[in-house]
Design a protein around this ligand. Structure first.
Ligand code: PHE
Length: 342
């Protein structure tokens, strides 16, 4: 009998089958073992004790086996779930594409930090600009040959029939804008922004570029202050062992005017075939100079006491020199193999 019961128990494969098995064998009313126990009345009196003990032992054994079977089924079920839902923790994870700052954004921010540390405030101005601010107020009247220095992208609207709009060709109009809203000196400001030029591109020229205009106006501001500020900034950007050259240049809005260049990282100054510096050994990174007294005067400042310096940095050129990028056109061609390196 025990063997029969245990065989049936092994065959029960889920909770419902176990319950049915329990009713058949251990059910209170007519479970087969219960019936056996009740049958004790028909057993001869001197055999009853042994009979009772044997049937009770059977009952307890079956109850214990039932419980064990229940546990075994539960464990098997958990193992199945674990196996089917299993994750292979040794597989490498899928990489999450991570965004990052554009190299020009990084360079721009680093430059602004360096100027902030020297007491400059950061301001901004419009990308679509009036003819008047971009040129006239900067002493570049219509028909002035210097307008050819900036091939202009005009916005084709003649507001009120005469005021022409353009995409600013440099950040210099902000010199005028900042002084207009600063009643009296001192002025110490840097103005970052995008500029646009209609020109053929090459390794160091793009039709869109980022500039940082700098302006410091006060009593007693001198050329040596300009040099000091620019050298300090250049050390912050390039370290101490790059070579820097200053030479005379011309811009209508400064007098005297200068340009600053850094030694070409590609040919190290002597490559006649170098496409990046065109064989000169130097890469221009900014124009600068002492603000023309006429502009100081137009701002309503006393030009007999007040002087100023200004500069305009080409941020793309700075980034090229920092990282050894041989062509400015990489920055805006959106090739992730290039951008992903920064
Ligand atoms: N605006 C000039 C340029 O775009 C740079 C410059 C700025 C020169 C300020 C002198 C002073 O080329």
């Amino acid at each position: 009998l025990e063997a029969e019961a245990l065989a049936a128990l092994e065959a029960a494969a889920d909770d419902a089958a176990l319950d049915r098995w329990r009713a058949e064998w251990l059910g209170r009313q007519d479970g087969r073992v219960t019936v056996l126990l009740r049958g004790i009345r028909e057993v001869a009196p001197d055999e009853r004790a042994a009979y009772g003990a044997a049937v009770n032992a059977l009952k307890q054994a079956l109850e214990a086996r039932l419980e064990a079977r229940r546990q075994a089924l539960k464990r098997a079920e958990l193992e199945r779930l674990a196996r089917e839902g299993a994750i292979d923790v040794t597989l490498p994870g899928r990489p999450q594409p991570l965004g990052r700052l554009h190299p020009i954004t990084r360079t721009l921010r680093d430059c602004l930090d360096a100027f902030r540390a020297m007491g400059f405030r950061v301001a901004e101005g419009p990308e679509v600009e009036w003819d008047r601010y971009n040129f006239d107020a900067a002493r570049i009247p219509e028909d002035h040959p210097a307008r050819d220095m900036w091939d202009t992208i005009w916005v084709n609207t003649l507001i009120d029939g005469k005021r022409r709009m353009l995409l600013r060709t440099h950040t210099t109009p902000n010199q005028i804008r900042v002084m207009e809203r600063t009643p009296q000196p001192p002025v110490r400001v840097v103005v970052p922004g995008k500029c646009y030029r209609q020109e053929a591109t090459d390794a160091t020229h793009e039709w869109m570029l980022t500039q940082i205009e700098g302006l410091a106006v006060d009593e007693g501001v001198r050329m040596s202050d300009l040099k000091g500020v620019l050298y300090e900034w250049a050390r912050a950007m390039f370290g101490t062992d790059r070579r820097i050259i200053f030479h005379h240049s011309y811009f209508p809005f400064v007098e005297p005017g200068v340009e600053m260049a850094i030694d070409c990282f590609i040919c190290r100054g002597d490559g006649r075939q170098c496409h990046t510096c065109h064989g000169t050994g130097w890469i221009e990174i900014l124009g600068a100079g002492m603000v023309h007294p006429e502009i100081i005067d137009n701002a309503g400042y006393d030009a007999s006491r007040v002087t100023g310096f200004a500069f305009g940095i080409g941020v793309e050129r700075v980034a090229m020199l920092r990282w050894g990028i041989e062509d400015i056109r990489h920055f805006y061609s959106n090739d992730l193999r290039f951008l992903g390196q920064f």
